[in-house]
Write a protein that binds this ligand. Structure first.
Ligand SMILES: O=P(O)(O)OC[C@H]1O[C@H](OP(=O)(O)OP(=O)(O)O)[C@H](O)[C@@H]1O
Ligand SMILES: O=c1[nH]c(=O)c2nc[nH]c2[nH]1
Ligand SMILES: [Mg+2]
Length: 161
């Protein structure tokens, strides 16, 4: 579903920090972990927050491309894998949506614990830990994809209808 046809769930930097820390709290009892594999690019920011909270310094990346600029999903391409065993590792991504990225990630690192900050119902069974679930028709708008802009007062919009 294209972004314009969906509900929007805007996430501020503050909210993302809070939700990433909430995920870190959940992960404490699932560890200890040898390190974090961040799924680029969306996993990089939550991975930094979680690495700080769990005192992890070993950070690797799984570099995967799936969504194009128009927010439709194409063929998944793995640009970079890890070169170590996945046992004891924590994989972090920002969200799981259809689960396509998650299923590739699981194949690449089958023994790792896979955690995302946000989850939609179709992908939820593929992650081990997450914080907040949103409906499948919701587009999560991350702070790195957004900027502040002025909007008309509510009363102006309500007169149009
Ligand atoms: O469950 P799925 O339907 O596969 O979607 C989830 C993936 O899509 C987004 O990444 P994207 O491929 O857009 O790349 P990015 O992280 O570089 O923004 C998001 O960061 C997840 O990795
Ligand atoms: O910024 C994003 N928000 C989403 O809801 C989403 N789903 C897949 N990929 C996504 N990227
Ligand atoms: Mg991603």
């Amino acid at each position: 579903m294209a972004q314009a046809e969906q509900r929007s769930f805007p996430v501020s930097w503050d909210q993302l920090h809070r939700d990433s820390r909430a995920l870190a709290w959940r992960l404490v009892e699932k560890g200890p972990f040898k390190g974090i594999a961040a799924v680029t690019r969306g996993g990089l920011v939550p991975a930094a927050v979680i690495a700080r909270e769990l005192d992890l310094r070993m950070i690797d990346t799984l570099c995967i491309v799936s969504y194009r600029d128009d927010n439709t999903q194409g063929e998944l391409e793995v640009l970079k894998n890890v070169d170590h065993d996945s046992e004891g590792w924590l994989i972090i991504d920002d969200l799981v949506d259809t689960g396509k990225t998650a299923s590739v990630v699981r194949e690449l690192m089958p023994k790792a614990h896979f955690a995302t900050v946000y989850a939609k119902p179709a992908g939820r069974p593929l992650v081990d830990s997450f914080v907040t679930e949103v409906s499948q028709d919701t587009w999560i708008l991350f702070p790195w994809d957004a900027e502040l802009q002025s909007v008309p007062p509510i009363i102006h919009n309500s007169r149009k209808g």
